[in-house]
Design a protein around this ligand. Structure first.
Ligand SMILES: [Zn+2]
Length: 118
């Protein structure tokens, strides 16, 4: 793969990693075991305690879903950066074929070639 392209992709990946870490940092706290969702303080200004509880668990569920998506993406990005260091970047994790440069330009963190999905 050409060196200039790899350098561009590294920049893209690092930029995305920073963004993801920033977004995750807003809804969760980084611990040694991974990211833990911050439990927002909703206060108790609603008159109906039952509906407030439903709102809270709904909001929590939504944040958890967002956190999972961000974390999964961050894992892809970090693993792509590791692969660049180990010189195994751009190889499909399933069939071990070279992922096309065009596909990597669209998504530098993609772990699979077009035939293997994603
Ligand atoms: Zn493949």
């Amino acid at each position: 793969m050409n060196k200039e392209l790899v350098e561009t992709l590294i920049k893209k990946l690092q930029f995305e990693k920073d963004e993801l870490e920033h977004e995750l940092g807003q809804i969760s706290t980084k611990t040694e075991a991974g990211y833990e969702l911050k439990v927002p303080d909703f206060g108790s200004d609603t008159e109906d305690p039952e509906s407030e509880e439903a709102d809270e668990s709904e909001a929590l569920g939504a944040s958890l879903a967002v956190q999972n998506v961000l974390e999964a993406r961050l894992n892809h990005v970090e693993s792509a950066l590791r692969k660049i260091e180990q010189d195994s970047y751009g190889i499909c994790e399933k069939c071990k074929k070279q992922i096309t440069e065009r596909d990597l330009e669209i998504d530098p963190a993609r772990p699979h070639c077009r035939d293997c999905g994603e």
